[in-house]
Write a protein that binds this ligand. Sequence first.
Ligand code: NAD
Length: 489
Amino acid sequence: MATMEQLANLINGQQVSAHSGKWLDNVEPATGAVYSQIPHSDQTDINAAVTAANNAFAEWSAMPVAKRSAHLQALADLLEENLEDFAHAESIDTGKPVSLARTVDIPRAVANLRFFAAAVAHTQSDAYFTDNHAINYTLRKPVGVAGCISPWNLPLYLFTWKIAPALAIGCTVVGKPSEITPMTAHKLGALTIDAGFPQGVLNIVHGSGATAGAALVEHPDVPAISFTGGTVTGQAIARTAGPMLKKLALELGGKNPFIVFEDANMPEALDHAIRAAFTNQGQICLCGSRIFVQRSRYDEFVAGMIERAQDFKPGDPLDHETRFGSLVSAEHKQKVCSYIQLAKDEGGTIECGGKEPDADALPPRVRGGCFLEPTIITGLNAQCRTNQEEIFGPVTTIMPFDHEEEVLQRANGTPYGLAAMLWTNDLDRAHRIAGQLDAGTVWVNCWLLRDLRVPFGGMKQSGLGREGGTEALHFFTEPKNICIRVRHN
Ligand code: NAD
């Protein structure tokens, strides 16, 4: 029997097991089989990683910017060279189609590293000439050891989205990837050794959120925590980090509206709505999971969505033709199924999907996997739980609306405020509505178009603070104002 691969922590430039010698199983969701194990790290491992990061901080933060950038670029080069290998690993680990991993996740992870490697060279510091008698300028120093905690849905993309700005600005890092999808972060850690990163600059500790994650948040020598994940976890982290007065960036859940006005370009709106609903099996925080369509075009839109959903046939994620893979775990699939049942109980009509694919619709290799058909539900009101709570799976509802004010109120009527999509050809309306939507990002006539320079984050229960561009670099610094009096004899 082949031996099971055992992943390693990266601490002080060494690949090591958990101090306790304990392991957690890592499952391939498309088959349901355990295929590797990760260190079940605890406080002892976190302490070792923080010590290593602290020891590396003085040299890394004092290093010329061009040299730090070069390290990040070297890592990006290696990741790009190994794109196929990483895409394969991400597909096995997450259940997402390998075609998505190789065209989106891994290239975007490379882009994150390159973007922050370049952006840090162009950071500016504010300076003010104060009424002719003083100059104020802001010195921004890296804050120290940054704790970066990432989720399972876009594991490498979101891990690099956090560590790249932290490292670029001069922080050292202890990263805690999701225990559900640890593989690509593990492989990235190995690449940092090949890229010649100084020891201790990037440390990666695997393990559960309750043990390794909590120990990182609680550690007194980690002054900044950048977290992406669920709202409930974010609230728990805030309860610990708040009283310790840590810097905190929280990127949390969403329940994003996708609003289609009657004047929209319908084929385009439909093509984007279907992608926004079902890409990565609906497991993207920015997915549009509540679709509002102006009544005159409602029936046509529902029919168009049902027709297009047929293109998202569940298949083996490792098959390059597959567009729709497995959910990330049996537990998560169970949660999504419970919401489909809830939607029925609340009086919804399942227009398509709503169940597992028939066994013979899947290739034999993946018949034990966590598959669900893309599901479209109508007939629900905006206030029911199905339309209020984050499902985070291949489930979208469609509702008709009549007026602007009505749709604005319903779109804004959830606790979340991460993203919103708006389809119209009326320029005035686009600006009018976009400005009033409760969302950190509003996409007008597009979805998931990203510019890494803009602030990214959520309103209300979707988060605290902003990542992206300068905001991300600034997050990892402690600004200090220096005021110099100008004497006039
Ligand atoms: P999660 O909150 O369960 O876990 C996220 C990470 O936090 C994991 O690494 C986990 O181990 C760790 N963790 C769990 N408990 C912890 C604790 N007490 N202390 C410290 N760390 C802890 O989230 P998930 O299920 O992995 O991801 C899905 C969620 O992430 C969804 O709600 C989704 O909307 C959200 N998300 C948000 C964004 C965004 O940019 N706003 C992006 C992607 C995903």
